[in-house]
Write a new protein. Structure first.
Ligand code: KG4
Ligand code: ZN
Length: 403
């Protein structure tokens, strides 16, 4: 047992195998992420069976690399933290099984962390690192938007004696925002994951060229509690959520598809895919410059308009929830929080309202294990350890639900 407050965290909920070592939840000594993008890119999405296999291959070397990067040994650690859900069952189990073995062998506690809580702690870790261990706005409730490939969830996060409580106040009823980015990018013959491609290409188009609209979501048709079709969806019921804070991104994906068909852009998208991605094993051959050159004005306008609409909808509902719930600030996190237009527009809107908004730095926005170690720290201090029979919970919810 180390005694320095060192937590080794392992994250394997989706398509990144990650390990990190963080001191007292506020100082990152090492953060290693092995991405499986090259494996899944040829399928345009994550293939669960391949994800598990890749995690099995990567988990030991990734943990070893984190220990080396931090210049510590297993004996220096105080606890092992691991993502227990939500996520892909087989993928989660790889991290959980290895984390259990390490904790058992070292005779140190195991801490289970919810992946979504991890994303929220990515922002808090970033703040503490920037402010030498101090947390901004200590006792104030924050409205957190977790927006990634698997989630578009709004939480009211309240600090409570060093730890946090969460209330789910809104979420998508179908696709996650990142999922819409990935599907639209695939449709347009761009790379996987789609977010970074669309983010960069949108700069070259007219965001007002195609007027996409989001209609108000009718909860009645979703009252059956059918889970959304996201790759790491939580099945928390939406019946008791305020419809103003519900999202739906499957409609805009279909609207983009209709636009593509109507304007006969599909042959061009196929040609673009051929030109940018030669062979299934070289998915990252193309650069953004190549992609810009391979898109005509109409496609660039479509991309810019899609992004403008998605960011506008995220912004409108997040600020409405913040105002309605009286949160004193906004946290935006998850892979889509890396988006340039999203950061710029959320920052401008917050400034207009004289409100604070915080994002994690880019490497903490997408999946990583430093955020899992940071979320584990308050649990370590409170002695909240995982049972020896900890298992994966693919649809693990965070906090209670309700407005
Ligand atoms: O948080 P994350 O790494 O994994 C999940 O938990 O899902 O998020 C990945 C998602 C993908 O859908 C990806 O397309 C999206 O985040 N993404 C972005 C950007 N970078 C990643 N979306 C928009 N703009 C970006 N710059
Ligand atoms: Zn994530």
């Amino acid at each position: 047992m180390g005694g320095k407050g060192l937590i080794l965290a392992i994250e394997s909920s989706c398509d990144e195998t990650a390990a990190a070592i963080v001191e007292r939840g506020s100082h990152t000594l090492a953060s290693v992420v092995a991405s499986q993008i090259a494996t899944h890119a040829r399928y345009g999405g994550v293939v669960p069976e391949l994800a598990s296999r890749e995690h099995l291959r990567a988990v030991v070397p990734v943990v070893r690399a984190a220990l080396e990067q931090a210049s510590v040994t297993l004996k220096d650690l105080d606890a092992i933290a691991v993502t227990s859900g939500p996520g892909l069952a087989g993928a989660l189990l790889v991290g959980i099984t290895y984390a259990k073995a390490l904790a058992y062998a070292q005779k140190i506690p195991l801490i289970a962390v919810n992946h979504l809580e991890g994303h929220i702690h990515a922002v808090l870790l970033n703040e503490r690192e920037q402010q030498n261990g101090q947390q901004a706005a200590k006792d104030e409730p924050a409205l957190a938007l977790v927006v990634s490939g698997g989630h578009t969830h709004l939480y009211l996060a309240r600090p409570a004696h060093g730890s946090w409580t969460y209330k789910l106040v809104g979420r998508t009823v179908d696709d996650a925002a990142g999922e819409a980015y990935d599907k639209v990018a695939k449709l347009l013959g761009l790379g996987y994951p789609g977010g970074p491609w669309i983010d960069a290409l949108a700069l070259h188009g007219n965001p007002r060229a195609v007027p996409f609209a989001f209609s108000r979501i009718k909860t009645k048709i979703h009252l059956g509690g059918k889970p959304p079709r996201t790759k790491a969806a939580t099945t928390a019921p939406i019946a008791n959520l305020d419809p103003r804070f519900l999202f739906s991104f499957s409609g805009i994906k279909t609207a983009v598809l209709r636009y593509v068909e109507l304007h006969n852009l599909r042959p061009e998208a196929e040609a673009r895919r051929e030109a940018l991605f030669t062979g299934v094993d070289a998915p990252a051959k193309a650069t953004i410059e190549d992609a810009v050159a391979a898109c005509d004005e109409q496609t660039l306008d479509l991309i810019a308009s899609f992004q403008h609409a998605v960011v506008g909808d995220l912004l409108k509902k997040t600020f409405a929830a913040q105002e309605s719930l009286g949160a004193s600030r906004i946290l935006v996190t998850g892979g889509v929080a890396a988006n340039r237009e999203l950061r710029a527009r959320f920052t401008a809107e917050a400034a207009r309202r004289n409100l604070a908004v915080a994002f994690p730095r880019l490497d903490l926005s997408t999946d990583n294990a430093a955020m899992i170690a940071a979320a584990a720290w308050p649990r370590f201090e409170a002695g909240e350890f995982a049972p020896a029979n900890l298992s994966a919970d693919p649809s693990l919810a965070l906090g209670s639900a309700g407005a």
